[in-house]
Ligand binder design. Structure first.
Ligand SMILES: [Ca+2]
Ligand SMILES: [Ca+2]
Length: 494
């Protein structure tokens, strides 16, 4: 007997800033970059990212099956009841919940090992009744909250796109609009390629899951770097529950191009990893840029089950979701590096002012939360969330982030949504380096290479944990010195 029924749908928001960028021309942060050695900024991984005992579905050992809190009652929550509800507390009919099932247990032939289903409570239930219901179904792993989140509209950054006259300044690729993709210059992407592709000998493909609005996999500047499975599909669509993850919004296609637009094809721009990369479209947000927690949980778990080496999450909102946290733990445990946008609220993330999913990255080894800086000045983007604890690294996300878009076009967007895939592309290069050298690695090691090699910037030290911005050339050099020059693959391995 099922007491739950399928829910109506609600959304998480895209991390595109609702604000136009405000140029901080009075300060030149680039002069604040110092020349300390690549390892000078290293911080111990064990300090914040702790490995906890987890069950097979990614939950903490000892977690109850029913994990809803007073927050699920919204304005009806009793005063002061911030945490766990008493066993007699009534969860009213219509409450939005999420149920996680073990598909092996229930014998469902699925692309997912564990599957989240959005649910409405059909009638009032006490917490005790929910517990009994959950315990009576051995295939029901968890009941979690499923909150409503509103959309933040994408902002086109045309004002900050530079003129095509700058094109000839960079001669190392023939992609004609590369100079407009200022994040490529800022992060020294092109010079990193000499280290990765020539020095390291990068020759293995890397699979990157873009968990987003989908991807326009036929875009001529993406088509050569798109993943295809044995059935010719390019991922999955958890909004419409079909195997065609085509993008009907544009956001996911922009994110995909930042990671993996094709290099040296005489067309448009290049991604941070322009070759030897395959993008998988995992559609969890609809045409308006929203999706429910269940779709996102499924998207994260799907990407991990498919063996994605790197996953980008340019989405989120001001909420907590144990279900999403568990999915991230599950994916990191399967070896997926998870890169998450910090959010665009111009707020400091704290335990009390939490922002998900970026806030979870602090305590999950192999996850990295990314704040945004101006791609020219290096100053913090005015919209970027901050935290010297929760937001670990900065990358360019405003003032000229040109990438692929709908209708086979290109556009400049801004947001931590754009900063995150710059880091995801760098993570993919490092994974490719490990794979090409035949070295075992963990997601934590990839994160360490990115954070240890980042460029320290004095004015960022108070707003981001690492106080530093992504420098892909330095990351490449650090990989080279640790694994190639030393010739000792075992030294850094765990
Ligand atoms: Ca579809
Ligand atoms: Ca290109």
């Amino acid at each position: 007997m099922r007491h739950l029924k399928a829910a109506s749908w609600f959304g998480l928001s895209l991390l595109l800033t609702p604000f136009f960028f405000n140029c901080h021309q009075s300060t030149d942060q680039s002069s604040a970059v110092n020349a300390t050695s690549a390892t000078a900024n290293r911080q111990p991984d064990s300090e914040d990212q702790t490995v906890r005992a987890m069950t097979a579905d990614g939950a903490a050992v000892g977690d109850s099956k029913v994990r809803i809190t007073a927050a699920v009652l919204g304005s009806n929550a009793p005063a002061g009841a911030a945490g766990k509800l008493s066993e007699n507390a009534i969860v009213p009919a219509g409450t939005k919940l999420l149920a996680l099932y073990d598909n092996n247990c229930r014998g469902t032939d699925s692309h997912l090992r564990y599957e989240a289903e959005a649910m409405d409570l059909a009638e009032n239930k006490s917490m005790n009744e929910l517990e009994i219901m959950a315990e009576s179904d051995p295939c029901l792993m968890r009941i979690d909250e499923n909150h409503v989140h509103t959309l933040i509209d994408p902002v086109v950054d045309r004002a900050n796109a530079v003129s095509a006259n700058d094109v000839s300044a960079l001669a190392t690729t023939n992609d004609p609009r590369i100079a407009e993709a200022r994040h490529i210059t800022f992060t020294k992407t092109l010079s990193s390629w000499d280290w990765f592709y020539s020095g390291v000998g990068l020759n293995q493909d890397v699979l990157v899951a873009v968990v987003d609005t989908g991807v326009l996999y036929t875009h001529p500047d993406l088509v050569d770097n798109v993943y295809s499975d044995s059935n010719g599909q390019h991922g999955y669509d958890f909004i419409n529950d079909d195997s065609d993850p085509v993008d009907d919004n544009g956001h996911g296609t922009h994110v995909s191009g930042i990671i993996a637009a094709r290099a040296n094809n005489g067309m448009g721009v290049t991604g941070v990893m322009g070759t030897r990369v395959k993008v998988m479209g995992v559609k969890v947000l609809n045409a308006q840029g929203s999706g429910d927690n269940a779709a996102i949980v499924n998207g994260i778990r799907y990407a991990a089950d498919q063996g994605a080496h790197v996953m980008n999450l340019s989405l989120g909102g001001k909420f907590q979701s144990t279900a999403i946290r568990d999915a991230m733990v599950y994916a990191a445990g399967k070896g997926t590096v998870i890169i998450v946008a910090a959010g665009n609220s111009n707020e400091e993330i704290t335990a009390a002012n939490f922002y998900a999913p970026s806030g979870y990255s602090k305590d999950i080894p192999g996850c990295l939360s990314v704040g945004s800086v101006d791609a020219v000045t290096g100053a913090r983007s005015s919209f970027s969330n901050t935290s010297s604890s929760y937001v670990w690294i900065a990358a360019p996300g405003s003032n000229g982030i040109l990438s692929t878009y709908l209708a086979n076009g290109y556009t400049a967007l801004q947001g931590t949504s754009m900063a995150s895939p710059v880091v995801a592309g760098a993570a993919a290069l490092l994974v490719g380096a490990y794979r090409s050298r035949g070295l075992a690695y963990t997601p934590t090691q990839v994160v360490s290479l990115l954070t240890d090699s980042a460029r320290p910037v004095t004015t960022l030290s108070a707003v981001f944990r690492n106080g530093a911005t992504l420098d892909i050339e330095r990351a490449a050099k650090l990989f080279y010195s640790r694994y190639v020059m030393s010739g000792d693959a075992g030294t850094e391995a765990q």
